[in-house]
Design a protein around this ligand. Structure first.
Ligand code: DHK
Length: 141
């Protein structure tokens, strides 16, 4: 089984406090604990968050070097970052794009994603449950 790296971008460290009507009440720590429990001790999970675009690019490089599959919620960098796109283009493992909210029901600037063109699949609109749905996709291949 390949390692799974779950990479989170800006403001996702504020889950639980941040616009709970959109993003829910769960914290990122809650979500990480559920993902770790789902994977169990035999799998390798790396769960990371950064508010910095460059650090997110480095996380992607490190996922590739580890031979990992990636679940990425790039937050606002989804809609702006060619650097994140270019890093994901180098991934040989699978890439799942994830959003808590259904970005297509929100402001027009959230409708375009740089990541979608390199994603193997996209999960959005299921809140925190989306992380587990993304893991199921990677674990049942
Ligand atoms: C998270 C963010 O931080 C936003 O910038 C995106 C995404 C949506 C989410 O739904 O998880 O537009």
């Amino acid at each position: 089984m390949r390692p799974i790296h779950i990479l989170n971008g800006p403001n996702l460290n504020r889950l639980g406090l941040r616009e709970p009507d959109i993003y829910g009440d769960d914290t990122l720590d809650d979500i990480e604990a559920r993902c770790a429990a789902r994977l169990g001790p035999r799998g390798e999970l790396v769960f990371r968050q950064t508010n910095s675009e460059g650090a997110l690019v480095t996380f992607i490089h490190e996922a590739e070097d580890a031979g990992a599959d990636v679940i990425i919620n790039a937050g606002a960098y989804t809609h702006t970052s060619v650097a994140v796109l270019d890093a994901l283009k180098m991934m040989t493992g699978r890439v799942i794009e994830l959003h808590l909210s259904n970005t297509h029901r929100r402001e027009a600037f959230r409708h375009h994603s740089y990541i979608s063109q390199v994603a193997d699949g996209i999960i959005m609109g299921f809140g925190a449950q989306g992380y587990l749905l993304a893991m199921e996709a990677l674990l049942t291949d």
